[in-house]
Design a protein around this ligand. Sequence first.
Ligand SMILES: NC(=O)c1ccc[n+]([C@@H]2O[C@H](COP(=O)([O-])OP(=O)(O)OC[C@H]3O[C@@H](n4cnc5c(N)ncnc54)[C@H](OP(=O)(O)O)[C@@H]3O)[C@@H](O)[C@H]2O)c1
Length: 322
Amino acid sequence: MKAIVMTGLGGPEVIEYVERPDPVPGPDEVLVEVAVAGVNFMDIGVRQGMAWNETPNPKILGVEGAGKVVAVGEEVDDLRLGQRVAWIYVPGSYAEKIVAPASAFVPLPDEIDDRTAASVMMQGLTASHFGTDFYPVRPGDIALVHAAAGGVGLLLTQIIKLRGGHVIGRVSSSDKIAAAKEAGADHVIVDTEGQFVEEAVRLSGGDGVHVVYDGSGPKTFQGSLDALRRSGTFCWYGPVLGGPGPLDIMSLPKSIKIGYAVVFDHIHTPELLRARSAQLFEWIIEGRLKVRVGGEYPLAHAVKAQVDMESRATTGKLLLVP
Ligand SMILES: NC(=O)c1ccc[n+]([C@@H]2O[C@H](COP(=O)([O-])OP(=O)(O)OC[C@H]3O[C@@H](n4cnc5c(N)ncnc54)[C@H](OP(=O)(O)O)[C@@H]3O)[C@@H](O)[C@H]2O)c1
């Protein structure tokens, strides 16, 4: 099969399109033909050495996708040949085929096509974690959403809106305003220098926002703290773009809640993974959650997809098609 591997740590130059033997399923595993693989910022972090270093290089990149079961191990009784499935956190997804325990896969309803499924497993479940679990948004809450036109940002904006919240989005260029507004953002601030605080506080009636969702690196951190209202919540989630460094708890605004939200804690059992995915699929089928595919690339062009994502020019989800 064809696959995209990283040969070592570094920039796009460590990525190669290669031939690899087809994986073979063990007794509790299934083999899936990948229809679409999702591109995530996390893949760039892996390439740079931020995670998943225990697996030696060269290794196949990617952790998300959708496809069709083509072989099942003898102990598997809940998935069948030909069934359509999707997944998150299955390393080796930038490939024509992937193998993993059956419990890692989520069966897809007929109404959810492969592209939609591969677009929401990582970024949709992450947005669902942030908006319904880490800080369950209440009607009337005002949220500040960074990178509001990105993959997580567009889905998070919609989830906040469907829970009755208001959204102030922050994006890096005016080209992204329309996408953020289409997702439901009430206001969009264009900024790359951490200069969004005054406007966010003004737009929230002078009190600051109830919750800030920030995965945008050190440049936005202090501003996000300053934009919070009394007893507000800071959902931090951006390990790839970097954190604020060690925090002195006494120097933080008093009585705020702050934490590092990680999607895995939303789906840490196979039952939760299937239940949370089913909720996303239901919202999509009802037309309450819409997926925006911002770019689709042949598998062989994975380098271009990652370079585009790092350039800050993309909106929505980027997909690879084997
Ligand atoms: N904690 C978790 O569980 C979890 C799970 C999934 C994703 N994430 C994180 O969520 C963030 C978004 O991930 P995604 O896959 O949905 O990607 P994405 O939002 O589609 O793309 C990343 C966004 O970050 C901004 N950006 C890109 N390069 C940047 C740079 N050099 N400096 C500052 N901002 C930059 C861009 O927004 P602007 O240009 O508009 O600012 C871009 O929209 C990433 O930080 C990722 O690591 C965390």
